[in-house]
Structures are given as C-alpha cells and as structure tokens.
Design a protein around this ligand. Structure first.
Ligand SMILES: Nc1ncnc2c1ncn2[C@@H]1O[C@H](COP(=O)(O)OP(=O)(O)OP(=O)(O)O)[C@@H](O)[C@H]1O
Ligand SMILES: Nc1ccn([C@@H]2O[C@H](COP(=O)(O)O)[C@@H](O)[C@H]2O)c(=O)n1
Ligand SMILES: [Mg+2]
Length: 209
C-alpha cells in the first residue's frame, strides 16, 4: 500500500491516477456471525479482515490514553467517536500490506459512515449484511464464552437497541444505492458461508469479464 489511504496515487505515463483499496463493509447485529464468516472469506478470497470492535479492544489493552473512554463505551454498548475508530482502521490498513479489506462492524452509525467517506474518499464495493433474528443472536452471544465484557444480557439488550436505532439506517442508506448483499445468517455456519461464497465469486467473475 502507498503512503496514504486518503490519496494513494501513482504515476502512469505522466498521468496521476487514484488507486484506492477495495473495501467491503460487513454489517449485521451483535452475534450475527460477522467475525466467523470473515475468517472464512479471508481463507478463500485473500482479503484482510479488520474488525472495528477488535481494534478498539486492542486499543484498550495497549494502555492508550483513549482506553478508559473506549472501555466505558463498549460496556454500555455505545458507539465510540468516529475519529478514534477511523484512525485505528487507517493504521491497520496501512500496516496490512494488502489492498482488499473486509471492514467488520463498521460503519455502525451515520457519523461513522459520513466520516469514513469524507476522510478516506473510499466507497465500499458492497455491504455484506448478515440478517439474523434477535432470539438467535442472543442465544449465540450468551454461549460465546470469549470473556467479552459486553456479552451479558444487560449490555446485549443495549447493543440490540443501538443496532436498530443507529446501524439499520446505515444499511438502508446503502440499500438505496443498490450496494447491499443480504444473507440469511440464521442458518448453520456452513450454509451461511455457501451464500457468502457465491457473492464473492460473482464479484470475481464480474471483475474478470
Ligand atoms: N451460523 C452460525 N450458527 C451458529 N452459531 C454461530 C454461527 N455463526 C457464528 N456462530 C457463533 O456465534 C457466536 C457469535 O459469532 P461471531 O463472533 O462471529 O459474531 P459477530 O457478528 O462477530 O458478533 P459481534 O458483533 O458481537 O462481534 C460465536 O460463538 C460463533 O461461534
Ligand atoms: N464501529 C464501531 C464498532 C464497534 N464499536 C464498539 O465496540 C463494541 C463491540 O463491537 P463488535 O463489532 O466487536 O461487536 C460495540 O458494541 C461498540 O461499543 C464502536 O464503538 N464502533
Ligand atoms: Mg465480531
């Protein structure tokens, strides 16, 4: 990757052309299976997986000055200010050496979406949306056992509310632009991945045509 995600440019026969990374946003409610499916996509399609939640949790562990603020927001299921999350995403993109990214759990609200677009000038190739019932998501989160501080019933209910109030409007925004690829995420991991695979295969076939 070049020196800057905002304006990765290269000289071609005297013309300066923009070379922007490919970004797929991966959205869906808490526990809908975003991280699980991203791991599969990485294996098959060569993307780098960047989970905004994982980057924020790593930032807490690193002892950063924002750590306490981020920890409190996550405990309450609230959305961390875009400036913080976008800086972490940009750093991870630069350091990856790749130019194809699955950005998981971002944009989570309208502020995330508008700020990312304005700072990076990147529009997603498409938005993979994992559609799953609350009942199933709650069951999955309560049996995840990864020691996450937000996997308790009180915080889970707050996360569901934030998802409905703040994240669904982002999905609707991209739907209005024809960019959403919706997946029934209530099925088994294998069945969901079959649906995911066909979306990424279609994309590769279109690019090759
Ligand atoms: N299709 C599935 N069927 C049953 N269990 C699943 C399925 N997909 C994922 N899981 C399990 O559900 C839990 C949540 O999955 P995962 O961590 O991938 O969700 P997520 O969308 O990334 O959640 P979060 O938004 O909280 O990070 C995990 O324990 C995972 O193993
Ligand atoms: N764009 C984002 C993404 C996440 N957060 C915070 O992290 C929590 C966990 O996110 P997961 O995707 O790992 O479930 C989430 O509830 C938010 O508190 C955020 O602020 N902004
Ligand atoms: Mg996750």
């Amino acid at each position: 990757m070049g020196t800057s995600i905002e304006a990765a440019t290269k000289e071609q026969n005297g013309n300066v052309t923009e070379k922007k990374p490919t970004v797929v946003f991966v959205l869906g409610g808490p526990g809908s299976g975003k991280g699980t499916q991203c791991a599969n996509i990485v294996q098959h399609f060569g993307y780098t997986h960047l989970s905004a939640g994982d980057l924020l949790r790593a930032e807490i562990k690193s002892g950063s000055e924002n750590g306490t603020m981020i920890q409190n927001m996550i405990k309450e299921g609230k959305i961390v200010p875009s400036e913080v999350t976008i800086k972490l995403l940009q750093k991870a993109m630069r350091e990856s050496g790749n130019d194809k990214f699955l950005i998981d759990g971002f944009p989570r609200n309208e502020e995330n979406r508008a700020a990312f677009e304005s700072v990076t000038k990147i529009e997603p190739e498409f938005v993979l949306f994992f559609d799953c019932s609350e009942e199933e998501m709650e069951r999955r989160l309560l049996s995840r056992n990864q020691g996450r501080e937000d996997d308790n019933i009180e915080t889970i209910r707050k996360r569901f509310r934030v998802f409905l109030e703040s994240s669904i409007p982002v999905v609707e925004y991209y739907e209005s632009k024809g960019r959403v690829r919706k997946i029934d995420a209530g099925k088994s991991v294998e069945e969901v991945f079959e649906a995911v695979k066909s979306i990424f295969t279609q994309k590769d076939e279109k690019a090759a045509a």
